[in-house]
Ligand binder design. Structure first.
Ligand SMILES: [Zn+2]
Length: 210
């Protein structure tokens, strides 16, 4: 993570999450343990998560487990409720529109509203580890800014373009109980659920009750 002091005045700067990506991602996942992924229908995926208020070793361990889980499932982003933890935290390991890799963590993310005229919609495919084997086209702004806190509670802002912008929006949505299929038309949503029903995930998932 980029160096930051606690000065409030620099909280508006964007973090540089492109440095030492391989080393940082590896260190997290080697300390952590991969956990099974919750899937659509699991109640925790469909409600807002709790704010992170304590930035301690337990949170650091959760983040390590999230990186390990993300790697095991070959994801580019993972929200805490996707491993059954009711806290507003997501991690990411994702390339932007220029192929630059970004690795990081955001607690208590809030997506910045973009002025309508600044929005350029990109309608690439989107998928989700919690809707295994399915994907669908979903228009989203190709630029996103998320503000929140790092693992130590310091204010941060993360900026993304292209697929990474999509990732930032997708993961923030998760922590407010929203899946990308909730943004699809009824018919497209049904198609995605059908793809999921017919496919077999390549990673361990949490079976839903009932
Ligand atoms: Zn997802």
């Amino acid at each position: 993570m980029a160096q930051h002091d606690t000065d409030e005045r620099i909280s508006d700067e964007f973090i540089d999450d492109t440095k030492d990506c391989a080393e940082r991602e590896q260190a997290h996942r080697e300390r952590g343990t991969a956990r099974p992924i919750t899937v659509v229908g699991h109640p925790m995926l469909h409600r807002e998560c709790k704010d992170v208020t304590i930035f301690d070793d337990e949170l650091a361990r959760l983040i390590d487990d999230m990186f390990a889980s993300q790697r095991a499932a070959e994801g580019v982003g993972l929200a805490a409720n996707q491993i059954g933890v009711d806290l507003k935290v997501f991690v990411y390991d994702c390339n932007d529109d220029e192929g630059v890799r970004h690795v990081g963590v955001v607690c208590n993310p809030v997506l910045e509203e973009l002025p309508a005229e600044a929005r350029v919609l990109d309608d690439n495919n989107e998928g989700c580890l919690s809707v295994p084997t399915a994907y669908a086209e979903l228009p989203r702004p190709d630029y996103a800014v998320v503000r929140g806190q790092d693992a130590e509670g310091r204010p941060i802002a993360v900026r993304g373009t292209g697929y990474f912008a999509r990732c930032l929006q997708h993961e923030t949505d998760h922590l407010y109980g929203r899946l990308y299929i909730d943004r699809l038309s009824k018919r497209e949503r049904k198609n995605a659920l059908k793809m999921m029903a017919e496919g077999t995930p390549r990673y361990e998932t949490v079976p839903n009750e009932g």
